[in-house]
Ligand binder design. Structure first.
Ligand code: PMP
Length: 359
């Protein structure tokens, strides 16, 4: 493979080179059969084998058993969070609004039923997530939806909350650390950060939810029907699922999610240390330090001009995708599983150098 630069994009984002190389080979010729994996029927034995192995490996990595189904869906995380109230909102659903994404998920639910926002930090531009002590939960809510890592703002819930029917948007931290999936009703994530290509969504659904499902306009949006049909009511995104399988194999070979968490902690620390040791040149945008994301590191420079210069100079040195989201500004370095430690070391040393020259 030719030169690969450090891509700090928030998603679609870097994927492990090894998984991409294997996927590229399988696209051209699957196991020496003379056809590529994207060229065969989803009902044939080749793709069936891919789906089966991906499901088994996914459950192994997440340490979840028979209580939950794994489904590979289409339409992105946005479609997924729209189908949640379609299926499960009968009375009131609780939503923690901690950033752009949980706000959008709550908005989609409000179009379909009664939503209780348990807490919102929008007034402070989502610079943190409201602490549990401030949540106003509904007794007997249909479910409680949280986004455990807010991609735009760079904060996360250090531990996932406990709730009998917890629904988690884990898009930007899926498989970056061990997750208590067994305690959750439904966990979902758009693939394009840690897992694979955009458009594909991985969802882990607790089977005891099915009897509670409402009638939805199409089976396509029914979790139960998708699970019963092994995610194949219609043609699934076969090549996307194949890439996911290669990423799962890569994660498994690396030692699984506990090993991933250790590396991710180390990577994030390199950049946060560069922020904290800059004598105020860089300021973290997240006001509650324990909530700092290990996936999306957000900080500001003293001025717009310096931010522009930082982004441009970093790009010349092989570090791209660093510009912050427009509502937050500053810098956002997304360092998902595939970002090597060397990428974070390079960024941290560039930051220190830049602050030394401009500070
Ligand atoms: N949730 C989170 C946490 C996200 O970061 C994103 C995308 N950045 C989404 C949902 C929406 O994903 P999609 O564009 O696949 O609909």
């Amino acid at each position: 493979m030719s030169h690969r630069i450090f891509n700090f994009s928030a998603g679609p984002a870097m994927l492990p080179t090894e998984a991409l190389e294997k996927s590229a080979a399988a696209l051209l010729d699957f196991q020496g059969k003379g056809f590529g994996i994207a060229e065969v029927s989803h009902r044939g034995k080749e793709f069936e084998g891919v789906l089966e192995e991906a499901t088994v490996l996914c459950k192994k990595l997440l340490d979840v058993g028979e209580s939950h189904d794994v489904v590979f869906l289409q339409g992105g995380a946005t479609q997924l969070f729209t189908t949640i109230p379609m299926n499960f909102l009968s009375g009131t659903a609780d939503y923690l609004v901690s950033g752009e994404w949980s706000k959008k998920a709550a908005g989609a639910a409000k179009d379909l039923g009664k939503v209780n926002v348990v807490a919102s930090t929008e007034a402070s531009n989502f610079d943190h997530s409201a602490p549990q002590s401030e949540w106003k939960l509904t007794d007997g809510a249909d479910y409680f939806h949280v986004c455990t890592n807010e991609t735009v703002h760079g904060h996360r819930l250090p531990t996932w909350p406990k709730h009998p029917n917890l629904i988690v948007d884990a898009s930007s931290e899926f498989m970056s650390r061990p997750h208590p999936i067994g305690d959750c009703a439904l966990v979902y994530g758009g693939a394009q950060k840690n897992l694979g290509p955009s458009g594909l969504v991985l969802a882990i659904v607790r089977k005891d939810l099915y009897p509670r499902q409402k009638k939805v306009p199409s089976k396509l949006w029914s979790f139960k029907d998708q699970a019963e049909n092994k995610s194949m009511i219609n043609t699934p995104p076969t090549f996307g699922v194949y890439i996911l399988l290669e990423v799962f194999r890569w994660l498994d070979a690396k030692g699984g999610l506990t090993a991933m968490e250790q590396i991710n902690e180390q990577k994030a620390k390199l950049i946060y240390d560069a922020v904290d040791n800059s004598n105020g040149f860089y300021t973290g945008t997240v006001t509650v330090k324990e909530q700092r994301s290990r996936m999306n590191v957000t900080y500001r420079l003293p001025s717009e001009e310096l931010t522009d210069e930082f982004v441009k100079t970093a790009a010349k040195q092989g570090m791209v995708g660093l510009k912050g989201y427009r509502t937050v500004g500053g810098i956002r370095a997304s360092i998902y599983n595939a970002m090597p430690v060397e990428g974070c070391q390079a960024l941290a040393s560039f930051m220190t150098d830049f602050a030394g020259k401009k500070g």
